[in-house]
Design a binder for this molecule. Structure first.
Ligand SMILES: [Zn+2]
Length: 323
């Protein structure tokens, strides 16, 4: 049986990036095509740039939301984009509890991404193509552990769904189930804490078909799981995002991801606007590129990018053949 080389991306002492060979892996799923990171510069550089964008986004969001004050249900100190984010991504969050949760979460995400971070490839998760994941550290399997924890919350909804014949009510039940599941996931992740969670996993192959900011968004999403104990209440492109309320939105990983990228890009992004503007994000050229070079501690690496575009610059949807 063939073995696959697995690499992890390690960021050390705020200056160095190391791509590290971790361990050989059994070729247990033929669908996966392995990426040799030593040969694939697109992925190496793409992951670094996406990471820098993710960290910048989290730090800026932490600053922007850190200024907020909530008094008798009214928010002050929010700029235009932060106000828009509270409406769009945090579903009108305005209470002191909401603001406190958002501030603490962004502070934790920004701190987590500003320290030493390990990002691993998701490759080798059999039968599953996820953009990213953060599972509990468990000898028997973190994913299985999480599924077992969520089961008691999900089961009553499944039982109800089996007997519910009204389609509208079925959709309502599905949304309610997703929300309850996400809230429970947030509870479990928070209780475990970052030390008991695996590293941030991201599908490295996204670098071959997605923009820098697309991957940055995935990194912030996973960082929200890891450092702030956020759950998957709803992804922004799902219908169940609409029916979330502020109480659960402040626990939702995707809300933090879109919020952070919105603050970074100074525009309230929805899944539609974000994906539509992806080609612009892909190239990060011109002004944005110069800004990135100047600010980046990896300026040397980024300068090299001007000669060699890293991303395809299309907004084609992720296609399996790209793997
Ligand atoms: Zn997630």
């Amino acid at each position: 049986m063939a073995t696959l080389d697995r690499y992890v991306l390690v960021r050390l002492n705020k200056q160095t990036v190391t791509f590290k060979y971790k361990k050989p892996m059994e070729d247990n799923n033929k669908e996966w095509v392995v990426v040799d990171l030593e040969k694939n510069e697109d992925i190496r550089i793409g992951m670094i740039r996406a990471f820098l964008r993710a960290r910048d986004a989290a730090v800026k969001a932490s600053g922007a939301f850190g200024k907020l004050k909530s008094k008798s249900g009214a928010i002050s100190g929010a700029g235009e984009v932060a106000s828009g984010v509270l409406d769009a991504h945090f579903k009108g969050a305005s209470g002191a509890d909401h603001v406190d949760k958002i501030q603490k979460s962004f502070a934790a995400i920004a701190k987590g991404l500003s320290e030493d971070v390990v990002i691993s490839d998701t490759i080798g998760r059999p039968g599953k193509e996820v953009e990213g994941c953060v599972d509990p550290k468990r000898a028997a399997g973190g994913e299985e552990y999480m599924a077992a924890m969520l089961k008691p919350v999900v089961d009553p909804y499944i039982a109800q769904l089996k007997v519910e014949e009204n389609q509208k009510k079925q959709f309502e039940l599905l949304d309610a189930m997703k929300h309850a599941k996400g809230v429970e996931m947030a509870r479990v992740l928070s209780e475990l804490g970052p030390a008991n969670l695996k590293s941030i996993h991201v599908l490295f192959n996204l670098c071959t078909c997605r923009s820098v900011d697309f991957i940055a968004r995935v990194i912030v999403h996973e960082a929200a799981h890891k450092f702030a104990g956020a759950g998957d209440v709803s992804y922004m492109h799902e219908g169940s995002f609409r029916s979330m309320n502020a109480d659960v939105a402040v626990l939702n990983a995707d809300s933090y991801a879109y919020a952070a990228l919105s603050i970074l890009r100074d525009e309230v992004l929805t899944s539609t606007t974000f994906w539509r503007s992806e080609p612009i994000a892909s190239t990060v050229q011109g002004k944005a590129q110069k800004k990135l070079d100047k600010k980046s501690m990896f300026g040397g690496i980024n300068r090299g990018l001007e000669k060699k575009p890293v991303f395809l610059g299309t907004n084609r949807f992720y296609e399996k053949k790209n793997l």
